[in-house]
Structures are given as structure tokens and as C-alpha cells.
Design a protein around this ligand. Structure first.
Ligand code: ADP
Ligand code: MG
Length: 702
């Protein structure tokens, strides 16, 4: 067996108990797993704090000094070990509540130690509880002269000596036992290493744990980030190529009467240049013979719906049915109504399916769908259910896609034969380029990067609670002018009860401060039945109510052009893309529109930055980039579930340049050597084979 595949408990210093702990706490099963458990930061071992300068509780410090005394104090639960460490400026106490027995035997008074830990304030004196402590000796002076890695740890690990110090020891043992070139073989071809000036794989693996200088560390991190992103892109691009080459699809040969009739007679406006370009891209793909898998990106209000409709007409022109799926019933219904109106006078049947469509009505619909009498089905995820059978589904469009799980989408594949239907997913808000490259790296991507003419910037401001009265005055003014207003409250901790309480108390406060018998108010929240929600929405759409108070159920897609003010309560609780999406509900009509972000005074830096971004720009692509930078790629909605982004070291927010290079290099290589058969690429092929064995079934559905 290869050394790095050895079970972790066989490592000297581990054993069965610690082995179990490493498996449970860190998912470390083998020697190799421990190696790729990279440090998350480093302590500069050349820099020492002076005892005299300790003055901030919570600060992390490193002190070098002589141990003056070690004493066990107290009894029972209060028993602790107190040691005094002296440097040339003073004495600091070190305190341990656990591991007392072992420590009191191993610490030697009079010896020089390096101590690392967090400062604590107790009785107006500073001490350091549970520091890492290590005797200064020649060996660590030589080998860890500069940087010492810090590993993510847990209480349980720390208690068993598997803290950073313990882990460093284990890693050292591994590096002593392995043969660098053999156990950590090079996985990139020499020509890449030379061209990109990379350090060898094995050296990078060693230096990421034990760098002797900042330069060594930077080189190691760059190398490992690069290979991580490169192999991810290589895999995605191969999947994409394979799909285009191998997954046959329906060929939509013609653009026919329905498309032309609609385009010439019914299109309510001239398409923007970007819309025209995207429709052309889609048309080309639909006729090419392989299954289309496309992501359609565009900012809120950029006009994705009309592109969806035109694409569906192409499917119908070729004798196929089409389906449009939206994440909520309200949104699906709006699409249904909008599309039905657009197609008035054209001999096509559009139908609506959601959970609320039941009984006879549902039965009839399903029959007509199976017989092919329905051309376009618009609905919620209800269309994914098994009894929903199409005669010949050719195109499926999924709006605001991030809300659907992969499993749901996979059901679409079974709804047509002999080929899977063409699939287009439309993003609710823009996705940063690097994220799209990765999350959707195996899809075709079309971008609508232009808004329809005449759009006005939405005037966005951030107001604190103290401005409440002015905001209410502004609302009154706007309603007098004939406008409508949204007021949105956040969902709190996914608890619908709390959510409702919050909304209701907000509503009551509003009514108390703002009595307005002459105006009507709608409320929509998550606990209402679909029918009730819809009833209230319709009242607002018809301008029977002037104020819509809602939780985020109105977030996506809803279109009420007369609404010109969006007030977001507790705006600091929303993510950037959500805020942008909410703001996109206004600015849809001719009137100047406003978005007011209400917050309390106490805001984290991160919240401040998010709010400032909203005030600064209306551009969804810019906002998406800022979001990625603020949150890091691991936290972006949809990335965790997708299973695609499981990056160990690289971050799509901060490592955009490396990613772009990695993708470009992978593209070039596959263009020349699609199957990686060239001898120069042997290492790549071998690495991909090895990876494929280790990776759980990895399939992309849409
Ligand atoms: P989104 O991309 O957010 O789904 P929609 O498709 O809902 O945007 O379009 C937003 C609004 O812009 C709609 O009222 C739509 O009719 C209008 N619209 C779309 N394309 C154009 C265009 N080329 N010219 C003018 N208005 C357009
Ligand atoms: Mg939309």
C-alpha cells in the first residue's frame, strides 16, 4: 500500500483513540488526508511580544521567556495549573484547567519557552489561558525559524494534544517517512510548470505546512491553488465537451410561423442588442444536434422573460412542447398571465400548473398535456412530479434557478425521449464571472449585459431608525402622487412564527405612526395559503391597495410597474443579492423610483459594506462581485448544495486571477488534446483517473 493511504491510526503518535478523533472531527482517515488539511493561517515566529505591552484582552500574542514557577492551585473543579513566564520586561501568568497532570510533569522551571495564545483579563491583570507552549531548542529554532502554521481545531482535538502544535509534530513525522517524489508525485506536465513558474507539487505540499519564509509560503499556496482550480476546470470542460459530443438532442431545424408571427406582430418593444445576440446564440445551439444546457444571465429587469418566450416559440415551431418553471406560485402565475397576454391572437395553448391546481382541473390539464394539446406549460416545481407527462417536451426553461435542487431538475431528463429536453436556466441576479465559470463551468453561458432603454437608476439610500418620521412623510408624499409602496421585513431564523410576529408588530407600529384611512394595505407572508397570498398580490397589482407589506416572498420576479418605493426593514439582515433582487421590484415603470434601506445604528463592518455597495451602484454584476468578495465562495447560496465547489484552498472571490488563468490553460490543452492522450499530458491523464476513482459520482444535471 502507498504510504499516504495508510490509516491515520498507524501514524506514530496517533493510535486508535486519537485516530477515531481525527476521523470524527476532521474527516482525516489517512496520512494523506492529514497532509491536505492545510493551515488556515501562520504565526510569524520571529516576532515576539513583550510582557509589558500586553494590554488588550482577546489579542493573540507570542512571548519568549524563562519559566519561573509552575504550581497547581485550587481543588476539584477549580483546580488549575499556574505558571509564571518572565521576559526582560515583566512576568505573565499562564493558566491551564485541563491536562494539568501531564503539563506539570513536562514543564521545566528555568528553561526558555515560546508561548502562544490569547490574552485574557482577570482581576485587572492580564494572563494567557491554555497557551501553546514549546521549549526553545536548537531543532525548532532551525526548522520553524519563521512561520508556524495554525490549523483549524476543536475543543476535543485540543484536549487530546491534537492542537496546532500536536498536528505539526504528526506532519513532521509523515514528511520524515515519505519519499517526496514517489509519495507526492508531480501531477502537472513539465511544460506547464516551466511556463507558469510553479514550484514542484511535493515541495509545495511541504512548504505550505513548514514555510521558512513568506516567499516560500506564497509560492506553495499559489502552486496548490492553481492545481486545485486547474483540475476542477479541466474536469468541467471535459464534461462539457463530452456532453456536446455525445448527448444527442432534438434538432430544432426551423424558425417558423409562430416565432415570426409573434416577432413581427406582437413583440411589444424592440429587443435590445444583447437580447438579440442571446436569442441568436440560443437558436444556433437548438439547431446543432446536441442537447443544449445553457445558463442565461442577466441583471434584474434585463428582459430574460421575452428571451425565454422566443426560445419556446422556436420549440413549438419544430413541433415540440415547452415548459417554463418558476420558484414560487406567484411568480409562475405572473409568467402565465404575461405569456398568455403576449400570445393573444396566436393560436397556441398555454396552461398553468401548481400545487393549487387540483381535482378535475388538474386531471384535464394532464390529459391535454399528454395529448400535446398544450403547447406551453407554465408552473412551479409541481411540473417535475411524475404524473406530469408531456407528449413531446423539447425545451425546459427554469427561471431564478438557484432555488431548485439538482434532484428536482434531474427529473426533467425523464420527461422526454429519445433525448433529454434542451434546458435553459435563468439566474435571478447576476452571478460573478468566476463563480459562473465554476458552478456552471460545464454549461454554455449567455449574458444579457444591457438594460432596456429608458431605465432610470433607482435612488437608493440608507436610513437609520431615527429617520423614521421623515421616511413616513416621504411615503405619504409618494402615495399622494399615485404611487405604490413595498415594505419588506426579513425572515428571522427561518422561523415562520417569529417571522410573522416581526411582520405584524412592524405593521402595527406603522399603522399607529401612520394612520391612513384613505389608503389600503396588503399583507403577504409565508404562513398564508397560496390562495390568500395571491388574492392580496392581485389587489396590489390592481392598485386596490397602495402599500404591500411582505416578507421576502415577493423577492423574485414580481412586476408591479406603478410601485415606485421599496422600503427594506432590518436591511442589514439581507444578503447583497437579495437586496438587489428586492430593489429590482421597483423602477419598472415610468416614474422615478426609490429604495430605502432601514437599519438600526449598530452595524457590523460587513453590513456597512453591503449597504454602501447598494447605495453606490445599481449594477447587478458589480454587486455580485462585491458579494463574492465579502462572503467568500463557500458561502454563496447554491454553492454548497451544488457539490461542485468543494475547494480546499482556493477561493473564487480572492483568487479570480488564478482561476481565469487555470481555465484558459485547461481550455488550450483540451483544444489540442481533448482526450489527454498526448505523452506530454500523461501526468494530467493519470491524475484525472486517480481523482475519478476517489470522487463520488459526479454528474451535472442541467
Ligand atoms: P428579468 O430579466 O428580471 O426577468 P423581465 O423579463 O421581467 O426581466 O423584464 C423586465 C421588464 O422589461 C418587463 O416589463 C419587460 O416587458 C420589459 N422589457 C424587456 N425587454 C425589453 C426591451 N427590449 N425594451 C423595453 N422593455 C423591455
Ligand atoms: Mg424574471
Amino acid at each position: 500500500m502507498k504510504k499516504l493511504e495508510s490509516p491515520i491510526e498507524y501514524l506514530k503518535g496517533v493510535g486508535p483513540a486519537k485516530g477515531e478523533l481525527l476521523r470524527k472531527e476532521l474527516g482525516v482517515y489517512t496520512f494523506g488526508d492529514l497532509l491536505v488539511n492545510y493551515p488556515f493561517r501562520y504565526v510569524d515566529k520571529t516576532k515576539f511580544h513583550k510582557v509589558r505591552d500586553l494590554n488588550t484582552a482577546g489579542a493573540e500574542v507570542q512571548i519568549k521567556g524563562i519559566l519561573r514557577s509552575v504550581n497547581t492551585i485550587g481543588e476539584g473543579g477549580k483546580k488549575r495549573l499556574v505558571a509564571k513566564l518572565r521576559d526582560d520586561t515583566g512576568v505573565v501568568e499562564l493558566v491551564w484547567f485541563r491536562g494539568i497532570h501531564w503539563l506539570s510533569r513536562s514543564l521545566e522551571v528555568g528553561k526558555e519557552y515560546i508561548v502562544f495564545g490569547k490574552v485574557n483579563e482577570f482581576n485587572r491583570k492580564f494572563n494567557i489561558p491554555h497557551p501553546e507552549i514549546e521549549a526553545v531548542n536548537l531543532q525548532n529554532a532551525r526548522e520553524e525559524s519563521t512561520f508556524s502554521p495554525v490549523y483549524a481545531s476543536t475543543e476535543k482535538l485540543n484536549n487530546r494534544g491534537l492542537d496546532s502544535k500536536g498536528r505539526r509534530k504528526l506532519l513532521k513525522t509523515i514528511f520524515e517517512q515519505i519519499k517526496m517524489g514517489e509519495d507526492l508525485p508531480e501531477n502537472l506536465p513539465d511544460y506547464m510548470i516551466e511556463k507558469l513558474k510553479l514550484v514542484p507539487h511535493s515541495l509545495a505540499m511541504k512548504n505550505i505546512h513548514f514555510p521558512k519564509s513568506q516567499k516560500e509560503l506564497d509560492l506553495a499556496r499559489f502552486r496548490l491553488k492553481f492545481e486545485e482550480l486547474f483540475f476542477l476546470q479541466l474536469r468541467l470542460l471535459r464534461i462539457k465537451r463530452r456532453r456536446v459530443d455525445e448527448v444527442r438532442g432534438f434538432v430544432f431545424k426551423v424558425v417558423g410561423d409562430y416565432f415570426h408571427q409573434f416577432f413581427n406582430e406582437k413583440l411589444p418593444f424592440e429587443l435590445t442588442g444583447a437580447q438579440k445576440r442571446v436569442v441568436k446564440e440560443i437558436r444556433r445551439d437548438l439547431g446543432a444536434g446536441s442537447q443544449m444546457n445553457r445558463l442565461l444571465q442577466g441583471d434584474v429587469g434585463s428582459g430574460k422573460t421575452i428571451v425565454a418566450l422566443l426560445s419556446m416559440l422556436i420549440a413549438i415551431d419544430n413541433g415540440y412542447q415547452a415548459v417554463l418553471v418558476a420558484p414560487t406560485e406567484i411568480l409562475a402565475q405572473q409568467h402565465y398571465i404575461g405569456i398568455s397576454e403576449d400570445l393573444e391572437g396566436i393560436d397556441l395553448k398555454v396552461a398553468f400548473l401548481a400545487g393549487s391546481v387540483k381535482g378535475k382541473k388538474r386531471k384535464l390539464l394532464l390529459e391535454e398535456l399528454a395529448e400535446g394539446k398544450i403547447n406551453i406549460l407554465v408552473g412551479t416545481h409541481a411540473v417535475f412530479e411524475d404524473p406530469v407527462i408531456f407528449k413531446n417536451l423539447g425545451l425546459a426553461i427554469i427561471d431564478e434557478q438557484h432555488r431548485f435542487g439538482v434532484a428536482q431538475r434531474s427529473k426533467l431528463w425523464k420527461k422526454s425521449s429519445p433525448y433529454p429536453a434542451h434546458i435553459m436556466v435563468m439566474s435571478a441576479t447576476p452571478i460573478p464571472r468566476t463563480l459562473a465559470m465554476t458552478l456552471y463551468g460545464d454549461l454554455e453561458v449567455s449574458v444579457i449585459d444591457e438594460l432596456p432603454p429608458g431605465r432610470k437608476e433607482i435612488d437608493t439610500s440608507h436610513k437609520m431608525e431615527g429617520n423614521r418620521l421623515r421616511v413616513i412623510g416621504f411615503m405619504k408624499e409618494q402615495i399622494k402622487l399615485g404611487r405604490q409602496i413595498y415594505i419588506v421585513y426579513p425572515l428571522i431564523e427561518e422561523s415562520e412564527k417569529l417571522d410573522l410576529a416581526n411582520l405584524m408588530s412592524g405593521y402595527e407600529t406603522l399603522l399607529r405612526d401612520f394612520p391612513m384611512p384613505e389608503y389600503q394595505i396588503s399583507i403577504v407572508h409565508g404562513r398564508m395559503k397560496a390562495k390568500e397570498k395571491d388574492f392580496e398580490m392581485q389587489r396590489f397589482i390592481k392598485n386596490e391597495t397602495q402599500i404591500m407589506i411582505a416578507t421576502t416572498v415577493i423577492e423574485v420576479g414580481v412586476n408591479v410597474p406603478n410601485a415606485s418605493v421599496m422600503i427594506i426593514e432590518n436591511a442589514e439582515r439581507f444578503g447583497l443579492s437579495q437586496l438587489h433582487q428586492l430593489r429590482g421590484r421597483v423602477g419598472r415603470g415610468a416614474e422615478k423610483s426609490y429604495c430605502i434601506l432601514m437599519t438600526s445604528y449598530k452595524l457590523s463592518d460587513n453590513s456597512k459594506e453591503r449597504l454602501a455597495t447598494m447605495v453606490r451602484t445599481n449594477n447587478g454584476f458589480e454587486i455580485a462581485e462585491a458579494d463574492l468578495k465579502l462572503r467568500g465562495s463557500g458561502n454563496i447560496e447554491g454553492t454548497q448544495q451544488s457539490g461542485v465547489i468543494n475547494l480546499n484552498l482556493a477561493d473564487l472571490g480572492t483568487d479570480q486571477k488564478i482561476l481565469t488563468t487555470a481555465r484558459a490553460v485547461a481550455t488550450q490543452i483540451l483544444e489540442k488534446d481533448p482526450k489527454l492522450e498526448h505523452p506530454a499530458n500523461a501526468r494530467l491523464a493519470a491524475h484525472m483517473r486517480k481523482k475519478a476513482k476517489n470522487i463520488k459520482v459526479w454528474s451535472r444535471i442541467s
